[in-house]
Structures are given as C-alpha cells and as structure tokens.
Design a binder for this molecule. Structure first.
Ligand SMILES: Nc1ncnc2c1ncn2[C@@H]1O[C@H](COP(=O)(O)OP(=O)(O)OP(=O)(O)O)[C@@H](O)[C@H]1O
Ligand SMILES: [Mg+2]
Length: 269
C-alpha cells in the first residue's frame, strides 16, 4: 500500500437521502492506492448505499466523488466499469434462467461476425472465458452452460465475484462476498483478495465477520447511521474496539482503547 499521490477514490461530504432516511450523511473517505479497505457497520449503517453511490446506481444528494484526484459524475455501473471499477453486489443480481457464462457476461457479451458481416454472440469464447476465470481465480469448476437457478448459494456467490473480474478492473468492490460461503470457499475468497492486492488492485470489502475483516484488510472504516465514525489501521485495532465503535457511533479512544478488553463502560453511559 502506498500513501503517495491522490487517493484512487475520495468522497467529500457525501450525502444520500431516501425520503426521510439519511442513508449517508457527510461521508468523507479516501481509498488509497493498492489498499484493502474494510467497510463495517450494523445493518442499515449505509455500507451498500456507499458502494451503490460509487458505481452510479444512486446519485448523491450532496458531495463529491473524485477518482485519482479528479471530480467525476458516475452515471451507472457501465460507466463505473469504464473507470476501472468491478463490483460484487450484496444481492448478487444474477438472472436465474440464464447460464453461468451468460450471467458473467450479462450486457457485455463477446461478439463475432458470422460470415465476416453478421454480428452474433460468441458463445464459445464466452463459455471458455467464464470457465477460465472461475477456475483460475476462484478454483471453482462449473459447467458454464448450467442455468444458475440450479446452483448452491456459494456457487452463485462465486459467479458474482467472477463477473466482477470479467472487465479486468483495477478497483474491486465486494459487498458481503462471503456471507453464503463454506469455510473452504471463504479461504478461496481471502486468497483471491490477497492475490488481487498483490497484482496491484485496490479493494473495498464489506463483511459482517469481523475476524475476516481484521485478517484481510489494511484499514477499516466504521459506519454508524450513515456517518463514518472512524478509519483505523487493521493491525492497531481489536475486534472489541470495532464492535464498540459500531454500537456507540463514537470513534476509537472515545469508547475503549486497544488492550482494554474488560472495559465496563456501556454504550449508553
Ligand atoms: N433504495 C432505497 N430506498 C429507500 N431506502 C433505502 C434504499 N436503499 C437503502 N435504504 C435505506 O438506507 C439505509 C442504509 O441502507 P444500506 O443498505 O446502505 O445499509 P447496509 O449498511 O448495507 O446494511 P446491511 O448490513 O444490512 O446490508 C437503511 O435504512 C435502508 O433502509
Ligand atoms: Mg448492505
């Protein structure tokens, strides 16, 4: 991880409301080049909304998004992909009736010219690529022609991750990529994330399993009711301190510090 140069992504004073719900309020955050940033917070804290705003599924009500120091307006996921961002969505967004390969290439199928003129979907190439990405990157071996409705939760999650990698992004957002996975599959995802970092990628990962977050990430941003409570170095924080920030909405130090594991302070004190 390098601290030099502008952040890969920076958000300034980001605000997003849904009716009376303030899903994001005055969010300031930097994603540094080549880091793995964890995003944690209770249900409804605004984690997915932040990711969805960064890929243009939502437009912010206020605030700015900068990529490599330049202010941008992100129109939608296609635009985000053009900017080098790949995303695994929390709901996976797979189409049950379509095959593994079709889901991975949804909306961006490779095309070949029949007889040199008529453009048709290059099914063979799509299936080869899908199989290659799943086996090489995730060590998951699936028939690319299988409709995804027949697959297990873990296999579906692997396809959603594989799909995020199809466009060869250099920034990857993962919104709860391991929630339906077995221990062995979680290990694969952890290794994949590590490999992505080793090959120069920048990663944001949302995960409710704090042990996973602590072991995988360089820094952790804690969200509470749409606000960033604190951003801490992962090797300078304990699980208990993160939980304290998540439930109190107070930054580290305001609640309990590292090593003080038997603090009797209550969040309501
Ligand atoms: N499209 C929407 N319309 C209305 N309200 C929304 C919408 N998306 C999110 N919200 C609300 O915004 C708040 C933040 O939701 P968000 O999905 O970002 O939380 P989260 O931190 O990802 O939670 P979880 O851990 O449960 O996934 C919640 O109160 C949620 O109900
Ligand atoms: Mg979410």
């Amino acid at each position: 991880m390098t601290d030099d140069g502008p952040a890969r992504i920076e958000v300034r004073n980001l605000q997003k409301r849904f009716g009376t719900v303030e899903a994001l309020s005055d969010v300031n955050l930097e994603l540094r080049d080549n880091e793995i940033l964890g995003l944690v917070g209770d249900n409804g804290a605004g984690k997915s909304t932040l990711i969805r705003t960064l890929v243009g599924l939502h437009q912010p009500d206020e605030g700015e998004i900068l990529i490599d120091g330049k202010p941008v307006t992100i129109d939608g996921p296609k635009h985000a992909r053009k900017l080098g961002i790949g995303t695994v969505y929390q709901d996976l967004a797979l189409v049950d009736q379509l095959s593994v390969a079709e889901n991975m290439f949804l909306g961006r199928n490779p095309v070949k010219k029949l007889g040199g003129i008529l453009p048709v979907i290059d099914t063979e190439r799509m299936q080869e690529e899908a199989e290659r990405i799943l086996s090489e990157r995730l060590d998951i071996h699936l028939d690319p022609e299988t409709p995804v409705e027949y697959l297990s939760g873990g296999e579906r999650q692997a396809i959603a991750i594989g799909r995020a990698l199809v466009s060869d992004p250099d920034i990857v957002f993962l919104d709860e990529p391991t929630s339906a996975l077995s221990k062995a599959a979680v290990d694969h995802v952890e290794r994949l994330v590590e490999e992505l970092q080793n090959t120069g990628h920048t990663i944001v990962i949302i995960d409710h399993n704090l042990e996973e977050v602590l072991s995988m990430t360089d820094r952790i941003a804690v969200l509470f009711q749409g606000r960033v409570v604190d951003v801490v170095d992962s090797d300078e924080v304990t699980r208990d301190a993160i939980v304290a920030m998540m439930v109190s909405g107070q930054p580290m130090g305001a609640t309990e510090s590292v090593g003080e594991s038997d603090s009797a302070s209550s969040p309501t004190a």
